[in-house]
Design a protein around this ligand. Structure first.
Ligand code: HEM
Length: 578
């Protein structure tokens, strides 16, 4: 109970008064708002000239009551921010509102959207110990992946798990796995070739990207094959995974309620509440998806454990030499002190996380690249010429693959302008200060070089804002231009000390909780493109593709389609392998 109290208390007394302009509430009760309250119109939206002309675009922007940013009394701006159709809203916020934006959160609690690189560096690196995962994201990850997954653990437990898992994702292991990646992706090539051998055909490329990503994370990460990549349908597991992200996005707004429920309701009552949701509702769907993920992870683990116990020669060899998670963790366990060993639950929870984190992100990133290449046939041609000249559709070495500069540029530029994950939250666990790379000005004209942050303040890490900041990337920062990576980057990029683990981008996060699988994802993306673009052509069909906001953005046909998919017209490239 005390934790619930602390949570509420700190939420309401969050962003320190010094950063608040005259219109922003100054007392805890001001933050509350009142249901049905008629919020005064404010001239703070950049589309409303009186504010921007007097203060410039770098001011701290209070978006909560602007006509363009309607606020709900319960969810503040977040209802709009997390809505499925909020792609333009999020892009506009990142583009027009400067590096620090004040949003209104649950029951009016202020939240800062931060895309200033120095402030992000403080949050993720310098003061990483102060800016913690929010209780709702830990609760959410615990429900979806289990209490022991990397995304659900903190501090020393997280560090110990991460150390054990690092070898699965090292560059050396990537070198070792590259031929396996080609083998799997050549199966994908055969599957697509057999479907277009008689002429161009519409194919759901998101579906195939999801299947190949699952198979790669299965074989590369778990030593297990999910899908022979032949028939048109996937199994229940693949289907469950495909629906996870849309189901989770519907739940985004209710995560605070779930955290509170965790403290105030006993487990049996929470389960009963979830069970009471009728089948067909999102809560019910999510519960089924999570059960399917958990039971498949257990099946895989138990099958390998039993085979090992019976002395199955292949499994014994795999566990002795393999670099998949189960083998690494079983080996580590056999030499670790009893106190250091990972429990079976810990191993199983990592498996569920890896499968989902590895599949959703990369399959949507790959789909975005294919969509952009279909929209930009000249870029597709240029990429194809590079790949054909290098013979990239056949097995190359890891280093040769990484020397294909235009391939690399297309990947980096897409991950810059279209990060699959656009925000993550953190909460300050004590009072501190966020220094800024450039001063900003409050609505009353006060200059600020740093922002005091009170204990309990929530910050949103603005990946989109930082990746497309014009101050860092130049005036064309919002445009998708792969060529920008062919010459040296502007010094503003390197001077910004962006804390991202990959290529001066926030896309894979940075610091101790940065994406562990970014090299795996990079290699997968490059091999899929090397093989597909060398052999096939991709064109837009007459079906409109919409990108939907979710923890990982995903495509659908039109705005209302319930099923994630991305049909493109696929044809054989003349003179290609097939
Ligand atoms: C384009 C592809 C990908 C993107 C954009 C991406 C992005 C991210 C981000 C932003 C995080 C931080 C999440 C958080 O703290 O809540 C993360 C964490 C993680 N990612 Fe990725 N990821 C990608 C691919 C992959 C792949 C292929 C794998 C595994 C095969 C993977 C495994 C993980 C894991 C295990 C974590 C948790 C790390 C930790 O907490 O220590 N990711 N990823």
């Amino acid at each position: 109970m005390s934790q619930v109290h602390t949570y509420f208390e700190t939420s309401y007394i969050s962003i320190s008064n010094e950063v608040l302009c005259s219109r922003i509430p100054r007392s805890p009760s001001d933050f509350m708002g009142t249901a049905g309250q008629d919020y005064p119109a404010a001239p703070h939206c950049p589309r409303h000239a009186s504010f921007t002309t007097s203060l410039g675009s770098e001011a701290i922007k209070d978006t909560e009551t602007t006509p363009c940013h309607p606020k709900s009394a319960a969810a503040g701006n977040l209802k709009k921010f997390y809505a499925r159709d909020a792609a333009d809203y999020q892009r506009n916020l990142a583009r027009e509102y400067g590096p620090i934006v004040r949003l209104s959160g649950f029951l009016g609690a202020p939240i800062l959207y931060v895309s200033d690189s120095k402030a992000l560096h403080t949050i993720l690196i310098k003061e990483e110990h102060i800016f913690q995962e929010t209780p709702e994201s830990i609760a959410n990850n615990t429900v979806v992946f289990g209490a022991h997954s990397l995304l659900s653990t903190l501090g020393a437990q997280h560090g110990r798990q991460r150390k054990l898992l690092n070898p699965v994702f090292s560059a050396n292991h990537m070198r070792h796995m590259l031929p396996l990646f080609y083998t799997v992706i050549h199966k994908l090539r055969s599957a697509i070739a057999s479907r277009v051998s008689e002429g161009q055909r519409e194919i759901d490329m998101l579906g195939w990207m999801g299947r190949v990503a699952l198979e790669l994370v299965g074989q590369g990460g778990l030593g297990y094959s999910f899908d022979p990549l032949v028939t048109d349908s996937t199994d229940t597991y693949g289907e469950a995974l495909k629906s996870l992200v849309p189901a989770l996005s519907v739940m985004m707004l209710y995560r605070k309620v779930a955290v509170i429920a965790q403290y105030v309701l006993p487990a049996w009552l929470r389960r009963a509440v979830v069970d009471a949701f009728p089948s067909g509702t999102e809560v019910h769907k999510l519960k089924n998806i999570i059960n399917t993920m958990d039971s498949r992870a257990r099946e895989i683990y138990n099958a390998k454990k039993d085979a090992f116990a019976k002395g199955d020669a292949t499994v014994v060899k795999q566990i002795a030499e393999g670099n998949d998670i189960i083998s690494i963790l079983m080996r580590a366990n056999s030499v670790a002190d009893a106190a250091e060993r990972l429990s079976e639950e810990e191993v199983i929870h990592q498996m569920s996380l890896l499968i989902s984190a590895g599949m959703d992100t990369t399959s949507n990133a790959l789909s975005r690249i294919l969509h952009l290449l279909a929209q930009n046939p000249d870029v597709q041609d240029k990429l194809r010429q590079e790949l054909l000249a290098a013979g990239a559709a056949d097995v190359m070495t890891y280093d040769d693959l990484n020397h294909l500069r235009f391939l690399d540029s297309v990947c980096r530029e897409t991950l810059r302008v279209y990060p699959p994950v656009t925000i993550l939250s953190r909460i300050a666990d004590k009072d501190t200060v966020l220094p800024l790379s450039e001063p900003i000005y409050g609505a009353d004209g006060t200059r600020m070089d740093e922002i005091p942050i009170a204990k309990g303040s929530e910050v949103l890490l603005g990946f989109l804002g930082c990746n497309t900041s014009t101050a860092i990337w130049g005036e064309d920062a919002h445009e998708w231009k792969p060529e920008r990576w062919l010459s040296s980057l502007p010094s503003a990029v390197t001077d910004a000390h962006i804390p991202g683990v990959y290529s001066n981008l926030m896309t894979f996060l940075g610091g101790k909780r940065a994406c562990i699988g970014f090299k795996f994802s990079e290699m997968e993306t490059k091999v899929v493109l090397a093989v597909l673009i060398s052999n096939f052509t991709f064109e837009l069909s007459d079906k409109p593709i919409e990108w939907n906001v979710a923890p990982v953005w995903y495509p659908t046909v039109g705005k209302d389609d319930k099923e994630p998919r991305m049909p493109l017209k696929v044809g054989l490239y003349k003179g290609s392998w097939a």
